[in-house]
Design a protein around this ligand. Structure first.
Ligand code: PEP
Ligand code: MN
Length: 363
């Protein structure tokens, strides 16, 4: 089957469906409501779910494959599901699933990817490969190479973000520079963004989808459920087919104006700077949250906010590294002073809940 997902094809190529197949009715109703509300191209549902904790719902298993294939036929669209070992591949192929995907927890393991590649040898089924859970471009590339060697050439990348401990905003941080780097290495590979697993939160799906479109991703894979709050897995990030339809209508698709190679090069560099700036500000947010923890700790122990000696040591240590950072002393001083002021503002706020610190700054 032609995978439909082509660079320069319909944008965004849209894959939608529930995180997990739960019952035949849940899958069919979700698929029908999606078809009625969303301009989508493929139906997804997880059959075998790789869950972090063993007492979570681990998928209905092979019995759900025919529910997925039947729901796809009912709405006239191809289907896709996740496979994590040779047995899954065999069962999914037998059931007639059109496209397979390799999940983030599988991409990290070359043994597992090789087992899947071996099981796929001799077939022509398209395969989508999610990025590994850790931000390792080579591991992601390695998975594509293993599949290519097994004769699988219809390949698509899915960017679903990377695990970190306690992020203030995302379930999996996007690290947009990774998919951008993948595009540099494999310019012909279609890349799909998975805002559901990046955000873990339905309220952030639009923001991340918009960013993916602005960075010229080819498609989106989004989890949608007939009754999201009662979904058996990933409830917080799923939304109803109707809400997904509304969200997609708000998405702005800007055309990529490439008049010359020079402009293209410049755009790529600016994209990289933009994503690094995003990360800088996310790190600043986390850093200020830690400052607030320090403030609370000082309050509990009755210590004043300003600890002059400590601060002098911190600044000196940074300035000593000016050469290593290749930054001027003046710049380091300005950044550290700005950080310090903002940090004090956060500490005052948590130590004196009644004081309006924002007014102070307005001057
Ligand atoms: C999924 O798509 O349902 C899934 C389990 O994704 P990931 O491998 O990205 O965690
Ligand atoms: Mn999911």
């Amino acid at each position: 089957m032609n995978p439909l997902i082509r660079k320069g094809g319909k944008r965004p190529f849209l894959i939608a469906g529930p995180c997990s197949a739960e019952t035949p009715e849940q899958l069919l109703e979700t698929a029908q409501r999606l078809k009625a509300n969303v301009n989508m191209d493929m139906l997804r549902a997880g059959i075998w779910k790789p869950r972090t904790r063993p007492d979570s719902f681990e998928g209905v298993g092979a019995v759900g494959l025919s529910w997925l294939v039947d729901a796809g036929k009912e709405i006239g669209l191809p289907t896709t599901t996740e496979v994590a070992n040779a047995k899954h591949v065999e069962e999914a192929l037998k059931a007639g699933v059109d496209v397979l995907w390799i999940g983030a927890r599988t991409t990290v393991n070359p043994f597992a990817v090789q087992e899947i590649a071996d099981a796929l040898e001799g077939t022509k089924i398209p395969v989508m490969v999610k990025n590994p859970v850790n931000p390792d471009l080579e591991l992601w590339l390695g998975a594509f190479e293993r599949l290519e060697k097994a004769g699988i050439h219809d390949l698509v990348a899915i960017h679903r973000g990377f695990s970190v401990y306690k992020h203030p905003k995302y379930r999996n941080v996007p690290n947009w520079e990774l998919p951008i780097a993948l595009r540099e290495r494999l310019p012909e590979m279609p890349i799909i963004n998975d805002p559901s697993h990046i955000t873990g939160n339905r309220n952030l799906l639009l923001e991340v989808s918009q960013k993916a479109m602005d960075l010229n991703f080819d498609g989106l894979i989004i989890e949608s459920h007939r009754d999201p709050d009662n979904a058996w897995s990933d409830a917080a990030q799923q939304l109803t087919p109707e809400s997904l339809g509304e969200m997609l209508r708000v998405l702005v698709l800007r055309s990529k104006e490439v008049t010359s190679e020079v402009e293209d090069g410049l755009t790529q560099l600016r994209e990289k700077i933009g994503v690094l700036d995003d990360r800088l500000f996310e790190i600043l947010t986390t850093r200020m949250q830690l400052s607030e923890d320090v403030g609370l700790f000082k309050k509990e122990n009755n210590i004043t906010i300003l600890q002059e000696e400590h601060w002098k040591r911190v600044i000196t240590a940074r300035m000593d590294k000016a050469g290593e950072y290749q930054l001027t002393l003046k710049f380091i001083r300005q950044v550290m002073d700005a950080l310090h002021q903002e940090s004090i503002r956060h500490q005052i706020r948590v130590m004196n809940p009644g004081v309006n610190v924002n007014d102070r700054d307005a001057k």
